[in-house]
Design a protein around this ligand. Sequence first.
Ligand code: ADP
Length: 571
Amino acid sequence: MSFECDAAIPVELPDIDTQPIRSGAKILIVDDTPANLVAIEAALEPLQRQLVTACSGQDALGHLLEQEFALVILDVQMPEMDGYETARWIRSRARTQHLPIIFMTAHDHDDAAVLRAYELAAVDFLFKPIVPEVLRAKASVFVTLHERTEALAIERIEREFENRFRDLETDALRRERDRELAAKHELAHLNRVLGEHDRRKDEFIAILAHELRNPLSPIRTSIELLRSDAGLPPSTTRLVDVLERQTNQLVRLVDDLLDVSRIKADKIELRPEIVDLRDVVDAALMTARPLLDERRHTVAVTAPERVVVAVDTVRLAQVICNLLNNAARYTPPGGHVHVTIGNCDEEVAFVQVKDDGIGIPPELQATIFQMFVQERVRSDGSGGLGLGLALARRLVELHHGTIRCHSEGRDRGSTFEIQLPRITSSLALSPRPRTRDMEPMRPDASDARSIRTVVIDDNDDARELLSEVLRGKGYSVMTASDGQSGLGLIREQQPHVAIVDIGLPVLDGFAVVEALQKQCPQLKTRLIALTGHGQSTDHDRIKVAGFHAHLVKPASAATILACLSQQLQEP
Ligand code: ADP
């Protein structure tokens, strides 16, 4: 049996006799007559055992002290120390206490001698002249018995050894298992701690993104107001351009952050509709066009056939726009961007965005779709957070599609390809149209001045700017900076439209609407929620609460005006 023991685990050796068993059954023949010794030796020769002879009791004792025997054949009549005395000595020693003794005596029928011999625990008795066959037969029985006992003892010890080692082995394994279990517990604990940190980080990102959206809203509106002022000197127009570009960049970053936290919390809700992929690409191109033009890229679109898919147009346009923006940013000015749309087969459609820009090194290609992975190749501050492609992949996966990139390496251009299930595929999403608040702007009501609006927002800048936008379009505007006075204003004025911020102190937007439903059930005012909370659950809550429309900050002036004009057309 082999047993390897871990050095770190102390091994206790079993507490058993590890002395080897002396074997090679020897027979001690004791007789004072040399001729007898020779005769007995000859008789026992065929047993093929080691024979030791002694010619006196003392001589025998010497051998018995030094060696171990299986049997003693002992002459009774010997001078000085006779057979009985020798036998007594043998029985008195622990080591030889049970040693079989065959007495030999010349006196036939000497019952007293036989009795004495048996008192000394002799196991057998022989009378001279010895018959060799009888002697051999008797000796053979004792020797075989001795050998079997010895073999059994060895076996028992071996078994004991095995058992003890098995115990030790089990012990070692148990300790090892305990250690493994403890390590697993520790790992699980660390995982929980890490998970908690990760959750808190996601929460922080979500809150941060929400909070960043709030100041962005009035900034954006201010820029739009400035831009609508026809009398601006050219130098100020240039400043407005810079402001607008940088604000749009900020909005993009904040939107990415917000989307990441939504994706991590599984809060992205798609609203698929049946569209031609070309229309989605056109929408994306419209958004990416300013950057593509700014960097003087030539853009070509190849769409040889109609490609019908069921996708969330806004989300897919966001993905394609991201690829186009990347192509624009990572291609030196004056480059070429080629978009191809087509069907791979009966089941799968594709959109490909190819550029001849800086390319992507092979080692980056493997991780490029992971969050926060980016190559710091731009130093002009126009880069992103390394979230765009991670978001793109997740959004494409939500559409049951795939996204891949390919580049021959540095300065060899890049190709990104999205594959999506065609409308005929079993993997295609079921259509679920978008709400109408996404519809394009309709013309303003002709008698805007007669239209009364109320704006409730606790952010002074946001409230004033929004009022200015509305006044600029001819609407009459009343404002309130908290829920309580806003509620009173709506109750008294019964405006055509009220734009209500949700996150108001004390009485929030939900409470305002709830109170209005109770206090003025006949109220005709169209209620628009304007909020930084863009999650779908909030969207649902807002609808259920009784709002007619929901706008997410920072909504552009155009979006707010479109929404307002649409609400005015509702019955
Ligand atoms: P970022 O906000 O950094 O652009 P993305 O997730 O959109 O984040 O892209 C991740 C990285 O992939 C980029 O930082 C850039 O290194 C690389 N990359 C993406 N698109 C291209 C492209 N068309 N050409 C070259 N590199 C690209």
